[in-house]
Design a protein. Structure first.
Length: 180
C-alpha cells in the first residue's frame, strides 16, 4: 500500500513538471515590478547564481545572436542564498549594473522556479520551454562551444549550427562584468 501511495505521489509530481510548470508563477524583477511567467513559451530560460554573472552574461551575448529579437532569453537569478535583509541591496546593484539596457532579470528568492522545473543544483543552467509551456530539458552551461551547443539543442526550432571559436571571440569584456 505504501509503495502504491509513493508511486501515485511521484506520478503527480512528474505530471505537474511536464505540464506548463511556470503557469501562475509570479516573480519580482530587478526594476521593482513583477512578472507573471504564464506566457513563457518557446523560450530558453537562464537560471543562475550571482557568482556566475560574468559567465552568464557572456553566454547571454552569444545566444542572443542565435535567438533573435522575437525569442528573448528569460533571465532568472537564483536568490536563495540571500537573506531577506540583503535582497534590496542586491536588487539595487543589479539595476545599477544593467542601467538602461533593455534587459530584465527576474529574482527567484525562494527557489520556486527550481522546484517547479525540478532543476538540479548547478551555478548556471539553461532550460528549454516548449511552445506548450513544458520544460524540454535543462543543461548546465559554461562558456564553451559544447555547452552552448547543448543549450541550443533544448529548443529544436533554433539554429543548431555548432558554435565556432569566432562566435565566442566576439564577446568583449565590459567594465560592467565586474559588478554584482
Amino acid at each position: 500500500m505504501m509503495r502504491l501511495l509513493l508511486a501515485v505521489a511521484l506520478c503527480a509530481t512528474l505530471s505537474t513538471v511536464e505540464s506548463a510548470p511556470l503557469d501562475e508563477l509570479v516573480l519580482p524583477d530587478h526594476r521593482g515590478g513583477t512578472c507573471r511567467l504564464d506566457g513563457v513559451r518557446d523560450r530558453l530560460l537562464m537560471y543562475f547564481r550571482t557568482g556566475e554573472r560574468v559567465v552568464a552574461k557572456r553566454c547571454d551575448q552569444v545566444l542572443a545572436k542565435r535567438l533573435g529579437p522575437g525569442r528573448p532569453l528569460v533571465r532568472v537569478i537564483d536568490g536563495r542564498e540571500y537573506p531577506p535583509e540583503d535582497r534590496a541591496t542586491l536588487t539595487r546593484r543589479i539595476a545599477d549594473a544593467v542601467g538602461d539596457e533593455p534587459v530584465t532579470f527576474l529574482l527567484d528568492w525562494d527557489g520556486a522556479v527550481a522546484r517547479r522545473l525540478a532543476l538540479p543544483e548547478a551555478p548556471l543552467l539553461f532550460v528549454g520551454i516548449a511552445a506548450d509551456g513544458r520544460a524540454t530539458g535543462s543543461t548546465p552551461c559554461s562558456f564553451d562551444r559544447d555547452s552552448l551547443s547543448r543549450v541550443l539543442a533544448l529548443l529544436p526550432a533554433l539554429d543548431q549550427t555548432a558554435f565556432t571559436a569566432d562566435d565566442l571571440a566576439i564577446i568583449k569584456r565590459s567594465p560592467k562584468d565586474a559588478r554584482p
